[in-house]
Design a protein around this ligand. Sequence first.
Ligand SMILES: O=C(O)[C@H](O)[C@@H](O)[C@H](O)[C@H](O)COP(=O)(O)O
Length: 363
Amino acid sequence: MAFSSCSTTAILRTSLPPLPSLRRSPPYTPPIFQSLVANPPACSLRLHKSSRIGVNPEEFHCKASSSMAEIATEKAKGKVQVFDSEEDLAVSLAKHTADLSDKFAKRRGAFTVVLSGGSLIKSLRKLVEAPYIDAVEWSKWHVFWVDERVVPKDHEDSNYKLAFDGFLSKEGGEGRASLAVNYPYAMLHTKDGGYSICQKYIKPEPTGQVPIPPGNVYAINDALSAEGAADDYETCLKHLVKSNIIDISQATGLPKFDLMLLGMGPDGHVASLFPGHPLVQANKQWVAFIKDSPKPPPERITFTFPVINSSANIALVVAGAGKANVVNVALGNGQSSDLLPVQMVSPEGELTWFLDKGAASQL
Ligand SMILES: O=C(O)[C@H](O)[C@@H](O)[C@H](O)[C@H](O)COP(=O)(O)O
């Protein structure tokens, strides 16, 4: 099957209530905010009534109630949002993703989304519920993986299977006609004049799933070795850049994905870029392979940091108190002897953190 092309635009008509305005009353002393107070021009703070990040809500005069605390810090650390619960985080992540889908579908006629594995997929669940399941222009979506385990697509460790089972296979609105997401497929290519020609074969699956065109879900070729799969994936990305499906960064000449959805491990790894591993410094290839991943399974492919950081938007989605220490290193006063991979996430565009209060508990 040839790649699908994008031709229509949808307008997402859903919105959350506007954020409340905020007035601050002295005393105002929580350590996490002291630098913000000391340097007001560099940052702003918006806090909602039910904030649970160590600030007494009584010290703030909020006009509206919400479960979210939102802190806009300096550009380098991105925009940090803390939610009372993972449920609230998932609601906001769905809106964020749907809004970007709408924006890029209108602007470019395509929306390139990069998934990671792990708990991120569960946090995307609200996107395949009302109202988004029917409002999102799924036909514009092109789905990629920032990293993938080198296992068959139906293997329990496969990030493709994780996303398929937990997100891509979810049912659309009642009675809607939809296309099946390809499952499984393989990409074949021949190098020809610097780019590849990708072909896919599709095993029919039940319909009624998130209606992303079958040709727009770019899983790895699980018939190849780790080296071969990384090379194959990079070649396919080059083809998609040439054909303007994936945008290109004017600054770096690298693929510029519209939205990268990253999880973070408790050791501060992102994608399959682990602390202390030489792959963290890789800058020659777009997609690299690793055979000694500290997190099993050992063989994986992963985008490298130059590609990750060429993104137009990155959402870093972190939930659970088990990651609070690393979140504090990245965003607070925590210390680490080495720069952690998560601290190297610095996109050309916007970085937005989605934290639940467990993950933010040391801030
Ligand atoms: O394939 C992988 O292992 C992932 O892509 C990996 O980078 C993941 O996102 C983090 O380990 C966070 O996973 P959790 O959210 O499950 O902790």
